[in-house]
Design a binder for this molecule. Structure first.
Ligand code: ADP
Ligand code: MG
Length: 742
């Protein structure tokens, strides 16, 4: 059934051609027990390898059941090995990290035996070679003789018609050797056994044919015990490995050598961490850069801020606020949000201190101050700014001692209140002049609210059928509250009288309308007095006539009545910036118009932002390439010891493709496990079960999709590593790899 006709095998090695054997002619049939002898280097192993289909031949023709094989491709030899060949080697070629049972099961899995048959079969064979009680022992713990019995059991399990054994007793003591040969003989019925051995004597009694080789040639071929009957050939029944078997083996390989598993995990963990840190680092940079924008309308450019108005621009009711507060991502609500965008100037005249910035609610301040103390009284506040900025680095002592007034930016020189900055907190976020933040008590909010009311309102006056529109920067006809004026009355400047018919405005009705985008309110009052330079102070109680000449003074209650104190615009601050779009949509659904302040920012560094993105892309790509090679080389070193495994399974009948798939499963399992462990760890950090503020901070910049992207990059890299490794492993024929690693 196996016939060699003038077959030669040459080795081509670094420019030197040597021959393994030349012009060999022989025919082998079932039922034969052939022994090949000959001195070392005579070509015995080479001949066996060619017969087993693990090595190629260069000349002549080998027939398998009469079929020529010189045109065979690798896959056809794989097939041939699967169907016909069981190999036994001098150095056993077992999987040391598997148990005895698993080693024999391996060959049955590879050759697709039925799951239900496997267990019975393995156990039956183990009994046959007297290894049943070692079935759960790792092969590495066995003696040489025991190992060889496992190898025989493995060859038996496959039920292949041809058993090829290359010096199976070479590493064994004479007693073990005798028992191995006895077993080999026992199983050889109906099979073709070809065995190479140095001690012919010990085997003589079983032999049916003896071949002697010398210098790559057969010099003697003697039939000793001719087989009587003709035996028909039964190829071993086999299928390809099922997916389930591949998974089973892949998973077994993942975990059976723990140090290897841990080392590879470490490599993947390193890859995943570096990718995530790099990714989030850039996101953070990008985000912080985007925050540096400004806009002309809003001074509070907190990216978590959403400005809301009713769709009909109506009053926002308590009920509305309650609905919004019930949404999940709301941190807090500022009902009077206009004050947030007001710049406030804190002035301390004596030491020439002018601090300029925006206010935030003191109740929203958490943590501690860096200098001074937390406010206690309702006129005390906290000042936030850059540690290295002029005011804090040079003036903090003066600031903490001084009494401040607030200047009304819409009324030149008007200052109110008496406030004390009692605490200073450093923050690089608010660095520039005018970018300071004052965490202020309600009293300051009330004052600033008045300022902003004026800023966002415009008065229209109707006097003697003429309409006037005073400007806030101009004192002429500017309306101001003054508590010396009775309700329903107005004091005007005598210099204004020419505006009215009859040369005087006295006793004329003045209609004042406050117009703004939300409402209109108007009142009628009577001009009851004119002031002049001389009467100014006694009438108004104020000193500076010149600066105030032209102003119209009315009673504070009348003044108040010009404003609708309801809220028409408020601001919502979200907890989680990543979900701001969702929250925004929810608020819109409640009947509001919204504006996310982050979208209104004009970024003056648009160009830098583009550059940043390109740099990020380049850095990411370079990083991935570098990491790929680092990981590849580390994993290659780790897997080096596994070459023998893959060679073994190929000799046992696994195809190249199947071997690669096993490697894929192994590496992908480790990648997935590592990545999900990492995610688990991040979740623990996220929910504060593990405290790790640096990681938590970075995490706020990555969204789910980013985790998915990093995951995909990892999976692709794993695939590439596996392919590259498989390529370098399988580019040689199975035997060559085997020779190198053994
Ligand atoms: P034996 O098994 O009888 O000791 P081998 O079959 O191993 O002999 O070797 C036969 C010849 O082929 C020897 O000359 C040996 O040097 C050569 N040979 C074996 N394997 C290789 C190889 N991989 N590359 C080059 N020459 C080889
Ligand atoms: Mg040899």
């Amino acid at each position: 059934m196996l016939r060699l006709k003038d077959v030669s095998k040459f080795y081509y090695n670094k420019g030197i051609i040597s021959s393994g054997f030349t012009k060999v002619n022989a025919e082998f049939n079932l039922g034969e027990f052939v022994v090949i002898t000959g001195e070392s280097g005579s070509g015995k192993s080479t001949l066996l390898n060619v017969l087993s289909g693990i090595d190629s031949y260069e000349e002549g023709e080998m027939y398998i059941n009469g079929e020529e094989t010189s045109h065979y491709l690798e896959a056809q030899f794989e097939n041939y090995r699967k169907k016909y060949i069981g190999n036994i080697f001098q150095n056993f070629n077992l999987v040391n990290s598997y148990t005895v049972y698993q080693n024999i099961e391996l060959v049955l899995l590879i050759n697709g035996y039925k799951k239900t048959d496997i267990k019975d079969k393995v156990l039956r064979i183990l009994k046959e070679v007297d290894l049943y009680r070692f079935r759960k022992t790792k092969v590495s713990k066995l003696s040489g003789g025991q190992k060889q019995r496992v190898a025989i059991a493995r060859a038996l399990a496959k039920e292949s018609p041809i058993i090829i054994a290359d010096e199976p007793t070479g590493n064994l003591d004479s007693r073990s050797a005798a028992s191995i040969l006895e077993i080999l003989h026992r199983i050889s019925k109906d099979k073709l056994v070809i065995i190479v051995t140095h001690n012919y004597d010990s085997i003589e009694k079983y032999v049916t044919r003896k071949i002697k080789m010398h210098d790559g040639k057969i010099v003697e071929d003697k039939v000793i015990n001719k087989n009587k009957e003709d035996i028909s050939l039964v190829a071993s029944q086999y299928k390809n490995m099922s997916l389930l078997y591949k998974l089973k083996l892949g998973l077994r390989n993942t975990f059976n050598i723990i140090p290897k598993f841990l080392l590879i995990s470490l490599v993947f963990l390193f890859m995943a961490s570096v990718l995530l840190v790099e990714y989030s680092g850039f996101k953070k940079l990008d985000y912080e850069e985007s925050k540096m924008g400004y806009n002309n309308y809003f001074r509070n450019t907190d990216d978590k801020r959403i400005i809301i108005q009713k769709k009909d621009l109506g009053v926002i009711t308590e009920e509305d606020y309650e609905k919004i507060n019930n949404l999940s991502n709301i941190d807090y609500l500022i009902e009077d949000d206009l004050v947030l965008d007001n710049e406030v100037m804190f002035v301390h005249d004596a030491s020439n201190l002018y601090l300029y910035g925006t206010i935030k609610e003191l109740s929203k301040f958490d943590g501690d101050v860096d200098l001074g103390r937390l406010p206690e009284a309702d006129n005390e506040l906290i000042f936030i700014g850059s540690k290295d900025g002029y005011y804090i680095s040079e003036q903090s002592k003066e600031i903490l001692d001084a009494k401040f007034e607030i200047e009304n930016p819409y009324s030149y020189g008007a200052r109110v209140g008496s406030y004390k900055i009692v605490g200073i907190k450093y923050s690089e976020e608010y660095s520039g002049d005018g970018q300071y933040v004052f965490y202020s008590p309600d009293s300051i909010f009330a004052t600033v609210k008045k300022f902003s009311d004026e800023r966002y309102s415009s008065f229209e006056l109707l006097l003697s059928d003429k309409i006037y529109k005073p400007e806030y920067w101009n004192s002429y006809m500017k309306i101001e509250a003054n508590d010396k004026v009775p309700v329903g009355s107005a004091y005007t400047s005598a210099d204004m009288n020419y505006e009215c018919s009859g040369g005087t405005c006295l006793r004329k009705t003045l209609n004042i309308t406050n117009n703004n985008i939300y409402y209109e309110k108007n009142i009628d009052i009577k001009i009851t007095k004119n002031y002049t330079k001389n009467t100014f102070t006694s009438l108004t109680g104020l000193k500076e006539y010149k600066e105030n000449n032209g102003k119209i003074y009315i009673n504070p209650d009348d003044y108040e009545s010009l404003f609708n104190r309801s809220n028409f615009q408020s601001s919502v601050f979200v907890k989680n910036i990543k979900e701001i779009d969702k929250t925004n949509a929810e608020i819109e659904n409640l009947g509001f118009k919204t504006l996310m302040v982050k979208d209104t920012l004009v970024n003056w560094s648009e160009g830098t932002s583009q550059a940043l993105r390109i740099i990020q892309l380049v850095v990411t790509i370079v990083l991935i390439i570098v990491m790929f090679f680092i990981s590849y080389f580390i994993i290659k070193i780790i897997l080096k010891s596994r070459n023998i495994y893959f060679t073994t399974i190929r000799i046992l009948g696994a195809s190249k493709k199947e071997s690669k798939q096993l490697l894929d499963i192994e590496l992908l399992t480790i990648t997935n496990l590592t990545y999900f462990l990492l995610i688990g760890f991040l979740l623990l950090v996220y929910y504060n079960i593990i405290k790790f503020s640096y990681i938590k901070d970075l995490m706020t910049y990555i969204r789910i999709i980013d985790y998915v992207i990093v995951y995909l990059i990892l999976i692709i890299m794993t695939q590439l590593i596996s392919s590259k490794f498989a390529k370098s492993l399988f580019k040689k024929s199975a035997m060559k790899t085997f020779n190198e690693v053994v």
